[in-house]
Design a protein around this ligand. Structure first.
Ligand SMILES: NC(=O)c1ccc[n+]([C@@H]2O[C@H](COP(=O)([O-])OP(=O)(O)OC[C@H]3O[C@@H](n4cnc5c(N)ncnc54)[C@H](OP(=O)(O)O)[C@@H]3O)[C@@H](O)[C@H]2O)c1
Length: 334
């Protein structure tokens, strides 16, 4: 059995984009396992847009200290256990962090069903900050339905691609906003969206006027900034704007650019509401159950982009914030 854990630590707080030199990959000797603890060989580490906000040193999310291992959800298999209820070989998910071997109390881990497919599914389509967030954002907050023109931003990313597919299942006409012609083709051809807007090449405001002449009924925003403004300018009467996230703002959270078009909410008797998936704890299990059913019968798809090897974690946030991921971005640790 290995005696070494390879982990990624924060060495410098990023100003602007998080780049590889802000991180260090290092090997550390494993300590003997304590009572109640479980040792896990990490297979996949989730890369989340929200991780960028954990590197600032202060804020709404949990923070990573300098010299500490990067916080991240992960999945893997138990290789040693001194905790009741966990045996060698069990598939588990938890806050395993960016490392190859995680050691933590058993009560902070959850067992996952490995018969559903690769363990990565439990971070992507079935993951709390991905598929479950999309499900809760749609079913508990945005609630699109037949007759609605529904728009989602960062639509080819992890949360956006599932949110758009659920909105489509729930009867809405779905328009995705994403960067570049390939991603836009993917939204329509692979995910089954009705229309796509390429914010890097199109005039978003003009395209929204063309595609939604009666206005956008529901907007699921993952991006903020100028895209949020363009959609606010095009909302319908009694529409709903749902703030899931604002990835365009995370590199400079001290200077967040607020929406300048918010008075459209008053003019058009509309609402803007934010949420985090953990505000709806009662929805987490129903969300996972329905997502698992949809994934196994092919009703929805969740593409994955996998960076191979823990040594690639330091480039992962740059990869995401440059918009290079399609679907769920993961690092394969083992
Ligand atoms: N509320 C919650 O509980 C909750 C939970 C989890 C995640 N979230 C939010 O969900 C959103 C998506 O997160 P994710 O982890 O699934 O990431 P993701 O969508 O897989 O990746 C982020 C995507 O954002 C786009 N992007 C990056 N910089 C941008 C910019 N300046 N302007 C416009 N688009 C930009 C990129 O795609 P393009 O190529 O299209 O630019 C990139 O692929 C984030 O806002 C995150 O904070 C919220």
């Amino acid at each position: 059995m290995t005696t070494i854990n390879r982990r990624v630590v924060l060495v410098e707080r990023p100003v602007g984009q998080a780049l590889p030199h802000h991180f260090r990959v290092e090997d550390v000797e494993l300590e003997p396992l304590g009572d109640g603890d479980v040792r896990v060989a990490v297979e996949f580490i989730s890369v989340d847009a929200g991780t960028r906000t954990m590197l600032r040193g202060e804020g709404f999310h949990m923070q990573v200290g300098l010299g500490e291992t990067i916080l991240a959800s992960g999945v893997g298999r138990v290789i040693e256990s001194k905790a009741d209820g966990f045996s060698v070989g069990d598939a588990v998910r938890g806050g395993l962090c960016a490392q190859t071997i995680a050691t933590m109390p058993g009560n902070m881990l959850e067992r996952v069903d490995d018969s559903l497919g690769p363990l990565s599914l439990h971070l992507g389509a079935l993951g709390g900050s991905t598929g479950v967030t999309a499900w809760i954002g749609i079913r508990d907050v945005a609630k699109p339905g037949p007759g609605d023109d529904f728009v989602v931003s960062a639509a080819a990313g992890a949360v956006g691609s599932i949110a758009g597919q659920i909105a489509k299942l729930d009867g809405a006409r779905v328009i995705g906003i994403a960067g570049g012609p390939d991603k836009c083709a993917h939204l329509v051809d692979t995910l089954g969206f009705d229309e796509a807007i390429d914010y890097k090449n199109d005039d978003v405001n003009a395209r929204l006027r063309e595609l939604c002449p009666d206005g956008v009924n529901v907007f699921y925003d993952n991006v903020g900034g100028p895209i949020l403004d363009a959609v606010l300018d095009n909302i319908a009467m009694r529409s709903r704007v749902v703030i899931c996230g604002a990835v365009s703002q995370y590199d400079d959270m001290d200077n967040v650019t607020g929406p300048s078009m918010y008075l459209r909410l008053a003019e058009r008797q509309s609402t803007m509401e934010g949420f985090a998936y953990f505000h709806f704890p009662e929805s987490i299990e129903p969300a996972k159950a329905e997502l698992a059913r949809w994934i196994s019968d092919g009703t929805i798809v969740m593409p994955e982009d996998i960076l191979d090897g823990i040594d690639r974690y330091p480039e992962a946030l740059q990869f995401m914030f440059d918009g290079r991921n399609v679907g769920k971005l993961l690092v394969k640790a083992s």
